[in-house]
Ligand binder design. Structure first.
Ligand code: KE4
Length: 428
C-alpha cells in the first residue's frame, strides 16, 4: 500500500485544522503513522486518495449500517435537497421519522431531534436534572457520551485514546456533580447512592459499552442498575448512540429487555448525516421547552436532509429485519474464526462481541471494564492495526473502539479479512 497522497493531504490539513482532523480519534495518535484520506466509499468498501481499497469495519463509527452510499438514501437526499436544505420551520419529515422511532423503540412516547450524539446526551442530562430537581449524575469510567463537560471525566473513546480521559477546561463545579462508577460493578454504584441518597438525578450508561472496545454488560448488571434507580427515584438514561437501531430495531432495551427512562440516539438514526435524538415517556418529555421549562434548541435540528437520510435508513432496517440476523451471523463468524487463529498462534487475547459490534484486545485478562481494557498491549495493537491496514482492512485506529459491521459486508469480504488476519498474526 502507498499512502503518499494521504500523507501530503495530512500535512496540509495540519496547517489549518488542529491535529489535521475534525475529531481526534481519526488522527492515528495511538497507533502512529498518518491517517488515510478517503476519496469515496461504496457498500463495504473505502477508497483512499492513493486509490487503495479497504474493507471498512468502522462504518463511520456506526452510522453506515446498511453500507456506504446506499442508492435509496443517496436518491432521497438528492431529491430532498432540490426542495431546499434547511428552513428553521417545521416539516412533515420530522413527524414521519419521529413516528417511526417512537413505534420502534420501547418506553418512549416522544422524541426530540438534535445534531449529534453529544447534544442528545447533554440534553438528556439537563432533562433528567430538571425533572428530578437533583444535580448529580453517575457515569461509568471508560464510557463515552460525547464531549459535553459533564462527561469528560474518565471518558472512553478518543479521550482515552489520547490518554486524557478527564479533560482540562472542565470546571471543578462540573466535576463534583459527575460521580464515577466502574462498568459491570454494581457495588461502585451502590456506594454513591449511600453517600448521596437524594442528590442523584440520573445514571447514564452505554447499555453495551463501545468506547473501551466492545464490552457487553454482565448478566444482571443492567437489571441491578434499573432496580437501584427505582429505589432512589433517579432516572436511568441508556446512551444508545451506538446501540440504537444497531443491536436491533428497538436497540439495547429490546435486545436486553431492560427498560430505561430516557434513551439517546445518534449515528444510525441519521443514516450518515448529522442527527442525534433523545426520547422518553410523556411524563418526562412534557417538561421540555416549549411544553415545559427545560430549555433545549438547535438551528439545524430536524433539517430535511438529515431527516430524510435517517428516515430512509430506518425504513430499510424496519422493512428488512433479516439484516440484523445477517449482521449478527457475520459477527459470530468473525469472532469464532479470529479466536481459532489466535489460539492456534498462542497469542494472549480477549474478544468481546454482541450483535454487530466486536473488538479484539491483546491481553491475558477478561476485558470487562475500563481498568481491564487499558491493561491490553497497545504495542501489539499498533502492529495489528497497521498490518491489517496494509492488507486492505480498515479497523478502528484505537483499541478503545468497537468494530461496526455493515450489511454490505459479504462472506467473501470476511474470508479476505481472515486471510489478512493470518498474514498479520504471522508477523506479530
Ligand atoms: P457524537 O457527538 O460524536 O455524534 O456522539 C457522541 C457519542 C455519544 N455516545 C456514545 C455511546 C458514542 O459512542 C458517541 C460517539 N462515538 C465515537 C466513537 N466511539 C465517535 C467517534 C469520534 O469521536 O470521532
Amino acid at each position: 500500500m502507498r499512502y503518499k497522497r494521504s500523507s501530503d493531504l495530512f500535512r496540509l490539513a495540519k496547517k489549518k485544522i488542529p491535529g489535521g482532523v475534525n475529531s481526534p480519534v481519526r488522527a492515528f495518535k495511538s497507533v502512529g503513522g498518518s491517517p488515510i484520506f478517503i476519496k469515496k466509499a461504496k457498500g463495504a468498501y473505502l477508497y483512499d486518495e492513493d486509490n487503495n481499497k479497504f474493507i471498512d469495519y468502522i462504518s463511520s463509527w456506526g452510522p453506515m449500517i446498511i453500507g456506504h452510499s446506499n442508492d435509496y438514501v443517496i436518491d432521497a437526499i438528492a431529491n430532498t435537497a432540490k426542495k431546499g436544505t434547511s428552513f428553521g420551520i417545521p416539516t412533515s419529515l420530522e413527524t414521519e421519522i419521529a413516528e417511526l422511532v417512537v413505534s420502534s423503540v420501547p418506553n418512549i412516547d416522544k422524541i426530540r431531534f438534535v445534531n449529534s450524539g453529544t447534544e442528545a446526551c447533554m440534553s438528556a442530562i439537563r432533562l433528567a436534572r430538571g425533572f428530578t430537581k437533583r444535580e448529580k449524575i453517575i457515569k461509568f469510567s471508560g464510557c463515552y457520551h460525547g464531549h459535553s463537560d459533564s462527561f469528560l471525566i474518565q471518558a472512553g473513546s478518543g479521550a482515552a485514546t489520547l490518554n486524557s480521559p478527564s479533560s482540562p477546561g472542565v470546571t471543578k463545579g462540573t466535576v463534583i456533580d459527575t460521580l464515577i462508577s466502574d462498568y459491570n460493578n454494581i457495588e461502585s454504584v451502590v456506594s454513591h447512592f449511600k453517600n448521596y441518597p437524594n442528590e442523584i438525578a440520573a445514571i447514564i450508561i452505554e447499555p453495551v459499552a463501545g468506547n473501551m472496545g466492545c464490552i457487553p454488560p454482565k448478566n444482571g448488571f443492567l437489571e441491578a442498575i434499573r432496580k437501584i434507580c427505582d429505589e432512589y427515584n433517579s432516572l436511568l438514561i441508556f446512551d444508545e448512540v451506538m446501540t440504537g437501531f444497531r443491536l436491533s430495531l428497538g436497540g439495547a432495551q429490546e435486545l436486553l429487555n431492560v427498560k430505561s427512562d430516557i434513551v439517546t440516539f445518534g449515528k444510525v438514526i441519521g443514516g450518515g448525516l448529522p442527527v442525534g435524538a433523545f426520547g422518553a415517556r410523556n411524563e418526562i418529555m412534557s417538561h421540555l421547552a416549549p411544553d415545559g421549562p427545560i430549555y433545549q434548541a438547535g438551528t439545524l435540528s430536524g433539517n430535511p436532509l438529515a431527516m430524510i437520510a435517517g428516515l430512509t435508513t430506518l425504513k430499510i432496517l424496519k422493512n428488512n429485519s433479516s439484516i440484523y440476523e445477517s449482521l449478527n451471523a457475520k459477527t459470530i463468524t468473525l469472532h469464532k474464526e479470529m479466536k481459532k487463529r489466535l489460539e492456534k498462534k498462542g497469542i494472549s487475547y480477549w474478544i468481546n462481541s454482541i450483535g454487530s459490534m466486536i473488538s479484539l484486545h491483546f491481553t491475558e485478562n477478561e476485558v470487562i471494564d475500563f481498568k481491564t481494557a487499558i491493561m491490553a498491549d497497545n504495542e501489539i495493537f499498533k502492529k495489528y492495526f497497521h498490518g491489517m491496514l496494509n492488507n486492505g482492512i480498515y479497523l478502528p485506529p484505537s483499541q478503545f473502539e468497537s468494530y461496526f459491521l455493515n450489511d454490505s459486508l459479504s462472506y467473501r469480504d470476511i474470508d479476505f479479512t481472515l486471510n489478512a488476519f493470518d498474514k498479520v498474526l504471522r508477523s506479530l
